[in-house]
Design a protein around this ligand. Structure first.
Ligand SMILES: Nc1ncnc2c1ncn2[C@@H]1O[C@H](COP(=O)(O)OP(=O)(O)OP(=O)(O)O)[C@@H](O)[C@H]1O
Ligand SMILES: [Mg+2]
Length: 402
């Protein structure tokens, strides 16, 4: 200890002043780091996909794709100096269209868009436990569905905007509008089509989030107490009503909910046709999820009585960040499976450094350059992620009666 600090008089802690100053320091420093790494207005790009990946996403053999190319049919892939073929995500969509027009199979549809009578699927990803993997699951699911040919709208409903920043939208310095503008109670309300932004994945659009979204939590009780208007009393219909405008543009909507059981989450759940509850299989997380389910049930009952339609086609628990070699975690998964049976997804999302590594550059497994990650680590992670997402895609298709 030096003489200076010893003689310094003990000053009272000025908590408010200090946290304001420290908050300011953090945001300035992070802003600087971000600007260096992701210059404002930098547009995200998307890598190309290997022949093997394209074969998996299209559900055809690699030899079929090679033959198409050799016959000069369909889009032409880029060929590397070592002879490896790869396609852009746009070309994958063109390949689907080509196969539907020229394929031999009448029954098989490569472009999986909704047909008449098939309802828009709205999937809410929830759990009020922070860090349970909601955003990771919602972002990867949205991108997987787009890569497999669906028209997808991702909605970031968390004021912290993690899913937006994974898609290159940084509410700290990009002026992004959020779904708040489509569900607010005052005269500033806008159609959702004006808020939707394209992403670097063809087939995937996003409604980004910003801090303003939080206002919905304060506005709603005020609107409910308004004697001259019914808007507040039917708050839970606001997202579903906003989405009606774009219903025919999409096949699936994926909503990343905030880690709270507030009005935003309730409004997403009442708009949803299906629900994914993400859960990390550890005692405290499972206990907290139990509380979440009790609270949610307690809230949804009176809302249903007030006219909300919570008509789910399906809901499933999704195990996230799973380490099967960790005995307590494996026991917890066993314990949940005996309780929830068919309500658990059969596939689990494994914990992987590939996810956290990709996250450092604000990327997902579907967009990170594979060379950036140890091959075996990447393969293991993507296999687990694809299996989870393929299972969800088949639930979606089952809802359409396919
Ligand atoms: N399968 C995984 N393997 C490794 N890390 C993961 C995995 N899934 C998520 N993570 C990491 O765990 C952290 C929390 O995940 P995520 O942001 O998806 O959770 P969340 O439920 O959306 O959190 P919040 O409640 O704060 O919104 C992130 O840093 C993410 O990169
Ligand atoms: Mg999140």
């Amino acid at each position: 200890m030096n003489a200076n600090s010893m003689s310094r008089p003990k000053s009272p802690l000025h908590f408010e002043d200090q946290i304001l100053e420290q908050g300011d320091m953090i945001s300035k420093k992070l802003h600087l780091l971000s600007v260096q790494r992701f210059p404002p207005n930098a547009r995200k790009t998307l890598r190309s996909f290997s022949l093997a990946e394209v074969a998996v996403y299209l559900g055809v053999s690699q030899s079929t794709l090679k033959k198409l190319h050799l016959d000069g049919k369909g889009p032409s892939p880029q060929t590397s100096s070592s002879g490896r073929r790869s396609y852009t995500a746009e070309q994958m969509i063109e390949l689907r269209e080509y196969l539907d027009q020229h394929g031999r199979s009448e029954s098989r549809m490569y472009v999986p868009h909704r047909r008449p009578g098939e309802k828009l699927q709205i999937i809410a990803v929830v759990n009020f436990k922070g860090g349970s993997g909601k955003t990771t699951s919602a972002a990867h699911l949205s991108q997987y569905l787009a890569l497999t040919g669906h028209r997808v709208l991702a909605i970031d409903l968390d004021p912290q905007a993690s899913m937006s920043s994974l898609h290159g939208f940084q509410p700290e310095f990009d002026q992004v509008a959020s779904i708040y503008d489509a569900i607010r109670y005052d005269g500033e309300k806008k159609p959702v089509s004006e808020i939707i932004r394209p992403t670097n994945f063809p087939g995937l659009d996003i409604v980004p989030a910003n801090l303003e979204l939080q206002e919905f939590e304060y506005d709603t009780p005020l609107a409910m107490s308004n004697k001259t208007s019914n808007e507040g009393k039917t708050f839970f219909t606001r997202i579903s009503r906003a989405l009606q405008e774009v219903d025919d543009r999409y096949d699936v909507v994926v909503i990343d909910c905030p880690p709270q059981l507030g009005y935003l989450t309730i409004t997403a759940l009442t708009a949803a046709t299906s629900v994914l509850i993400t859960i990390h299989p550890q005692m405290l997380d499972v206990m907290s999820m139990g509380q979440f389910l009790l609270m949610l049930g307690g809230i949804l009952k009176p809302i249903r009585a007030a006219g909300a339609e919570v008509n789910l086609e399906w809901y499933r628990y999704l195990i996230t960040r799973y380490e099967p070699t960790d005995v307590p975690q494996a026991q917890m998964v066993g314990f949940m499976s005996t309780m929830f049976h068919e309500f658990m997804l059969t596939n689990q999302m494994l914990k992987s450094t590939a996810i956290s590594d990709a996250g450092i550059t604000k990327q997902t497994l579907y967009e990170v350059e594979k060379a950036a990650i140890t091959r075996s680590t990447y393969e293991r992670a993507i296999e687990s992620m694809d299996a989870v997402n393929a299972e969800i895609a088949s639930l979606i298709h089952a809802s359409w009666g396919r």
